[in-house]
Design a protein around this ligand. Structure first.
Ligand SMILES: C[S@@+](CC[C@H](N)C(=O)[O-])C[C@H]1O[C@@H](n2cnc3c(N)ncnc32)[C@H](O)[C@@H]1O
Length: 270
């Protein structure tokens, strides 16, 4: 039975009273609330279940309070050149505040360079479920006039990404989006789906195959974590590698594999 819309709205409102849930893409919160009610949960249980799901897919990676005010104050005084050490230092500090980019920092000097150099200079990027990864642009082999689109479910985090894009005068859209409900239609030479498939599969088990088929890009860089947020590996490399091969079985795509200290990556070209 479809959930009562007033009840759904009440659950959404209650979920979004929490500081870390306030900025999450509303359509996603609505959908999760309706699904919990449809499963027969009462309002209190539904609020708890929705928050728990949002924590698993995104909140666990973010620090509760990132110093957005300080970043907005610092950014205008920084040079705009991506090769400038002061701008790079700002990016490195900011990326520490999202677990996913923090884990990549050690490999950052080689990660994009190793994988993407044969495609360079890259003219357009679609960074899906981006987190703070757009701040890694100084380490990507992009054309100076490249277009960079980025999306995620956190509006407040995207504000910083948008301010950064504007500061470095990078063209492209930065937008809030639930990838389990829509595939962004911005065509690009290269799309990133970095360490995100396991999060999305907690919302929709079938989503990965669908996205791999639908993302409008010639090349797709997909990656998986090889350690949990707590630092344990628990066979993750083998499991995600097997899962990826299941997802691309039967596709006539060229696939290259890369392994870094915290991340298993595949470049799909089609
Ligand atoms: C493990 S992090 C990866 C972040 C970034 N791609 C990286 O590798 O640094 C997963 C990201 O997926 C985002 N996310 C979770 N569910 C999403 C959804 N339904 N649609 C879009 N983004 C989502 C989270 O907010 C989080 O930033």
């Amino acid at each position: 039975m479809p959930a009562d819309s007033d009840m759904v709205n009440q659950i959404v409102e209650a979920v979004q009273k929490g500081e870390r849930y306030r900025h999450v893409h509303s359509d996603l919160v609505h959908r999760l609330a309706a699904a919990e009610l449809a499963h027969g949960r009462n309002a209190k249980e539904a609020v708890k279940a929705v928050r728990s799901k949002l924590h698993q897919v995104g909140g666990a990676y973010l620090e509760l309070f990132f110093p957005v005010g300080r970043w907005f104050a610092e950014l205008p005084d920084l040079p705009a050149g991506l090769d400038d050490p002061k701008l790079q230092a700002f990016c490195l500090t900011a990326m520490q505040h999202h677990a996913s980019t923090r884990e990549r920092l050690k490999d950052l000097p080689s990660f994009f360079e190793t994988i993407l150099r044969p495609l360079a200079p890259i003219h357009s990027v679609l960074d899906l479920a981006c987190g703070l990864n757009p701040l890694a642009q100084p380490w990507m082999p992009l054309a100076p006039d490249a277009v960079y689109h980025a999306c995620d479910i956190y509006a407040d985090m995207l504000e910083l990404v948008r301010a950064f894009q504007s500061h470095i005068q990078r063209a492209g859209q930065v937008f809030s989006c639930d990838l389990t409900a829509e595939t962004p239609a911005c065509p690009a030479q290269l799309a990133f789906l970095l360490k995100t498939i396991p999060c999305l599969e907690q919302l929709d088990k079938e989503i990965a195959a669908h996205l791999l088929n639908e993302i409008p890009a010639d090349h797709l860089l997909v990656s998986f974590p090889v350690r949990s947020l707590g630092g344990r590996s628990k066979g993750m490399l083998q499991n995600y590698e097997a899962h990826f091969h299941d997802l691309v079985a039967g596709k006539n795509w060229r696939i290259q594999r890369f392994i870094f200290s915290n991340e298993l990556a595949f470049l799909i070209s089609r």
